[in-house]
Design a binder for this molecule. Sequence first.
Ligand code: NDP
Length: 460
Amino acid sequence: MSEEVDLFVIGAGSGGVRAARISSGYGARVTIAEEYRVGGTCVIRGCVPKKLLVYASRFADEFEDAAGYGWTLSEPKFDWPTLIANKDREIARLEAAYTANLDRAKVKIVKSRAEIVDPHTVRLTATGETVRARHILISTGGASSLGKDIEGHEHVISSNEAFDLKELPRRILIQGGGYIAVEFAGIFNGLGSEVTLVYRGDNILRGFDEDVRNHLRTELEKRGIKIVTKAIVEGIEKVDRGLCVQLSDHEDIVVDKVMFATGRRPNVKGLGLEAAGVKLGRAGAIEVNEFSQTNVPHIYAVGDVTDRVALTPVAIREGHAFADTVFGNKPTRVDHTNVPTAVFSEPECGVIGLTEAQACEQLAKVDIYKTSFRPMKATLSGRDTRIFMKLVVDGHSDRVVGAHIVGPDAGEMIQLIGIAVRMKATKADFDATMAVHPTASEELVTMREKTSSHVRQAAE
Ligand code: NDP
């Protein structure tokens, strides 16, 4: 006889773990299956280890900048294996904490791949056992997509492998212009590698505000990252000196490692979705309604596997809303608009809301306030860097509908601006807020002069 549960969760990442714990708290009998490690992409090979590597990479600037402040340091030395071992220890601690939280919440964890065999039955591949479930939640996340099979594809690593390299590559080529590509470009550059970023379009971070894209690119180039645009990797050949990378319309480049950060795909392969009759939509993602419900009423999906907004806090919210809706008798929708986000490049970007271009498409009148200035810390250190800030304002209501920052702590700043933007704060509210001096963020409440104003011409 199969075991029976109220909820079977496939995938113990951010969304699945939250959904399991909250559902169990509502009295549901819950089992969660994980084929790899509890914690999922964010904890095991994403946001958390990435941020630790970002911290490591930023010490290089601190050591350099210290001289202008009167410090004399002996030659700093960096040891990659120490960093990776310490990072691994912290990830193991977090995995144990996630597991303990699930145990405390009385969620049964099974370390196995799970596949759906019929709309109410899941099979655990590790043991062959089946489990009958009143509800199934799919939270299997995404997986790196390395593009088409080019010559020498076997030499390509993704961010997964980048976290566990045996040694720091002296020269690395990263293909892609999104979050992961620019973040790892900063990490490797800060740790001392020679970095080449290859992007197929004309500028990095497509979809971000044009000024953010331009400012970040300039800053990355100032730091010595070589950015090759309008090019793709066509082939990779192992040579004596390393890996020779052939690029379209560009001369070959020899490096020690090649990493692709060319997007992520919803993880749906082999899950048995056909057996359950679950429909897939755009880019192979599971199609869900505003309550994360699939076309099969008792099967739900949250997080990256649904390809709505592929960010950890969004998956967590979706998981929580699922539990409230299905087991808490509180139907809850997740608002996917005005999601603040940060790119942990060097320097960081923090953004929320509309870009200038999006605002001009959507609103009749748009006012732009922007500024670029040298951070105070760079005065004595002599570092050649600038901060960029921009507010996008609805010219009729005076509401701030977008905020875009490139500079130190932009991620921390945008979290707080996010509250103001969600509360529909106006530019006048920003102006009425007293500045905190001397900070960089005070510029956000002291931008008096409009930089430009766009008025949409009425259609004839
Ligand atoms: P992104 O979608 O952000 O970027 C993918 C990049 O690869 C784009 O520049 C894209 O180009 C390029 N690309 C795609 N296919 C090809 C191809 N066949 N050949 C060459 N280039 C290609 O994905 P990432 O992998 O960087 O990250 C995945 C998602 O994970 C992010 O979108 C984000 O939602 C999340 N994430 C969030 C982080 C954070 O919050 N700080 C950190 C890391 C990831 P083009 O622009 O032309 O399409």
